[in-house]
Ligand binder design. Structure first.
Ligand SMILES: [Zn+2]
Length: 237
């Protein structure tokens, strides 16, 4: 079952209503959702599904289902389960998601400060990291922090761009992340453009203007193996 992904066109939706399509072992499926499922290194959303009776179903995680664009809302073990056909009011934990959006967008900027192939990445609500295939001696925390914050201070608007699979194949330089290839098969690929800074395939949630990131701090840089030099960051405020 395909779920309409409302966060893809508007990452700022905090509430919505949706109909229950299926309730399974792994989670609740809805006809549409504002909950981002874990993917591309970004943590899945948490929040609440409210029934018409006012009863609240706590969502502790969101995962991708089997089919393309299917989303599983993982309910807390102790909360009630809704019935298929029921209409629910969706509400995400916005404070947590907004931190994820700011950190996620910050990683796009960071990937343009450290110019090396990206071998991994992760975004949690309190910190985020990218792993690079690079010589440790080229990584200076103070310099990375200064240069990333200088780019963030440009305060440019982000843009979503869609291209075809063929257009992406013709521009392999767009794919910086060696470990995660953009999803193929749907015929088109979503890109995030930060004008003058970055352009790469990404299905995640981003802030509208990079000024919303504020500034970042480099928490630490360490080696996680020959091809994984890990740069970990947090929001400064
Ligand atoms: Zn992204």
């Amino acid at each position: 079952m395909t779920t309409e992904l409302l966060f893809r066109t508007d990452a700022y939706l905090k509430t919505a209503s949706a109909r229950v399509v299926a309730v399974g072992e792994r989670g609740i499926e809805l006809d549409r959702t504002i909950f981002y499922p874990m993917g591309g290194g970004q943590a899945g959303d948490t929040g609440v599904l409210s029934r018409e009776s006012g009863e609240r179903i706590a969502v502790v995680d969101t995962r991708k289902g089997e089919a393309i664009d299917s989303v599983l809302h993982v309910a807390a073990a102790t909360t009630p389960r809704p019935e298929p056909g029921e209409t629910l009011t969706l509400e995400i934990d916005w404070q947590r998601r907004y931190a994820l959006m700011r950190l996620h967008t910050a990683l796009h900027v960071l990937s343009c400060v450290v110019v090396a192939p990206v071998t991994g990445g992760n975004i949690a609500p309190d910190k985020a990291r990218l792993d690079f295939d690079i010589d440790m001696r080229l990584l200076d925390a103070g310099k990375i922090e200064r240069e990333t914050n200088a780019l963030i201070a440009r305060g440019v608007e982000t843009e979503t761009v869609w291209i075809t699979d063929e257009e992406l194949d013709a521009r392999p330089e767009l794919v910086k992340t060696m470990s995660v290839q953009p999803p193929r098969g749907a015929g088109r690929v979503r890109l995030l453009r930060i004008p003058g800074i970055d352009l790469q395939p990404c299905g995640g949630t981003h802030v509208r203007n990079i000024a919303e990131i504020g500034a970042i701090r480099v928490l630490r840089i360490r080696s996680e193996g020959k091809r994984n030099r890990r740069v970990e960051i947090a929001l400064a405020n």
